[in-house]
Design a protein around this ligand. Sequence first.
Ligand code: GLN
Length: 495
Amino acid sequence: MSGPDPYTVAGISAGLARSEFSAEEIARHFLARIEALDATINAYVTVTAELAIAQARRADDARRRGEAGPLTGVPVAHKDIFSTSGVRTTCGSRMLADHVAAYDATAVERLRESGMVTLGKTNLDEFAMGSSTESSHFGPTHNPWDLERVAGGSSGGSAAAVAAGLAPVATATDTGGSIRQPAALTGLTGLKPTYGRVSRHGLVAFASSFDQGGLLARTAEDIALVFGAMAGFDERDSTSLDAPVDDYPAALEAPIAGLRIGVQEDQLAHGVDPGVADATAAAIRELEGLGARVRPIRLEHADVGIPTYYMLAPAECSSNLSRFDGVRYGHRAQGAASIEELYVQSRTEGFGLEVKRRILAGTYALSKGYYDAYYGKAQRLRRLIADDYRRAFEEVDVIAGPTTPAPAFRLGDRLDDPIAMYLADVFTVGVNLAGLCAVSVPSGFSDGLPVGLHLTGNHLDEARLLNVAHRFQQATEWHLARPPVEHGRAPESPE
Ligand code: GLN
């Protein structure tokens, strides 16, 4: 392909700046690909074609007036859990199938104000609960690398959209792994920022002490270009961190010689797919070749990450989802004889199986008599897990390992086995329990399916993670691989 790469933010931004194409042409290019390919992939719940063209024209006008920034006219897709004014926000649920928010989430608002063009809203597990995007009311998303397999979850729609070239970048959220796990399974780069780095205002809540917005893109460079516009303090989110936003693009090129990388030696020992283990070991050697120094670390309570997370996250969800009662928001059952029946019927009809399972488990864990044994104990474990990371970061700068134990599994394979589904997050949940940041970077293939390297950083160390990921991507070509979907043609340059 000649000219700027129309599938990266960097390529589109450069092409727009040189007037090689207009924002409207780029928007139409992606809308045409969505039209042609999304019936098989199901990455989008809603495509906002008219909005995209209108925003793109405004971006072109701004450029003519000399008012364009680096993101003006660059398209983006939003996970359908970020509220969007005038465009429905479904959370992948029947409960909110017709819900139109009255305002934009702060993350959406900031990207819109930076000139980005909204292509649509992407599919997800219902209320972001899941690891495969199979619990969506709108049907599963298919992995562009193998349509019979999952794209990961819960941000499977955002991941599949970017992997298939149906968007250059997409917002996503990560409560226990939902940005990094789909990134690994679709060959993308995914950043889960430090808790509080990206405003949760307008992000429909799943587990409020874990939820964090971030990005999925092809490269660390693309994430660096967009992330600064999305991150930063927001007075409308009481857990938002009041810390300066770094210049992420400026941090990309720094050499990583002397970087101290911690590796949990026991992590690759049991239960990890051999292809994943080999790719992870090779990626760590690659980083050593760039001057990093590897040392073993031990995160003593890593093995209780999954039970701790799956106690606390459902507890928070049971409380957050009580607002969907058929009265204030969402689906309302017809013909109820009493207010009690209205609540029960609306929730019975509006929520799917996994959401109900979590509300029940969470309510149980919080109930009188069980609170200390379950919720209280999990809170204490959460503290121990965070302490393990705090000690590790006294000795190392980043922690490296595999993002997932295995590459993408087959659609349907884990639907009857919630525990098997939950174990997809075994390497990612610790980061959310401790509120840290992490990135997944394409690191190779196992049986033709992409796998990811997981890099964990200390609080607010996103710039360093993007730096390490970028240096890795300059030395490797895994992020350049494209799935076997038809890539369409780049928009013609006017010459
Ligand atoms: N898979 C995890 C869960 O089901 C994480 C989901 C997420 O990060 N939103 O809870």
